[in-house]
Design a protein around this ligand. Structure first.
Ligand code: 5GP
Length: 200
């Protein structure tokens, strides 16, 4: 069985008020955060603002705050974003500062599921946060998930693999690694890091 691998200054046992979950593309961050949302209502999952359009089933204010380019620019320029980034070279995503500060003030554990560029910004602005890297069980699993459908051409395939290599190399910047071998186990491990146990 995999255990969280601690490897940094913030890796001690006491939960931090804010936990950042990041990791390579296609490692399953979205799946883990969805499981946290369903199973651990005590954990406040930060609702990101994004300029990308909603997908079917996504609810404004629950999965994301879907905003226009102008609204996003206003949030950034008025200092209301804790961090933000352009993800996959397309849409902007960012963490509104207010709800995070409010939840921390009320004593709730807060989870941010963001990309690596965003995590690096939080490292600067909120160094007391704990940084958790979600890792694939092995390289082949990540490759399968990235290019598994085989619908991309050779150039796109090698571009994705190069990105994955670079993203995996970021693990050492993080306090703790959780291996996403099985979603329920990895989810429980993350919740435990936030100081929350399953009530069932
Ligand atoms: P999707 O569009 O599939 O929901 O998310 C794409 C990527 O955006 C994911 O890797 C996710 O981690 C990242 N992301 C979601 N919200 C934020 C955010 O608030 N800030 C940053 N930097 N990345 C985010």
């Amino acid at each position: 069985m995999n255990e969280a691998r601690p490897h940094g200054a913030g890796a001690g046992a006491a939960p931090a008020p804010v936990t950042v979950l990041a990791g390579p593309t296609a490692v399953g961050k979205g799946t883990i955060s969805a499981a946290i949302r369903e199973q651990y209502p005590q954990i406040r999952l930060s609702v990101s603002a994004t300029t990308r359009p909603p997908r079917p089933g996504e609810v404004d204010g629950v999965h994301y705050l879907f905003v226009s380019e102008e609204e996003f620019t206003h949030l950034v320029e008025s200092g209301q974003m804790l961090e933000w980034a352009v993800v996959h070279g397309r849409h902007r995503y960012g963490t509104p500062r207010g709800p995070v500060e409010e939840a921390v003030g009320q004593g709730h554990p807060v989870l941010l599921e963001i990309d690596l560029a965003g995590a690096r910004q939080v490292r600067e602005s909120l160094p007391e946060a704990r940084f958790v890297f979600l890792a694939p069980p092995d390289w082949e699993t990540l490759v399968d998930r990235l290019v598994g459908r085989g619908t991309e051409d050779a150039e796109e395939r090698s571009r994705r693999l190069e990105t994955a290599r670079r993203e995996l190399a970021a693990e050492s910047e993080f306090d703790v690694t959780i291996v996403n071998d099985e979603v329920p186990r990895a989810t429980a491990e993350l919740a435990a890091l936030l100081g929350v146990r399953d009530l069932t």
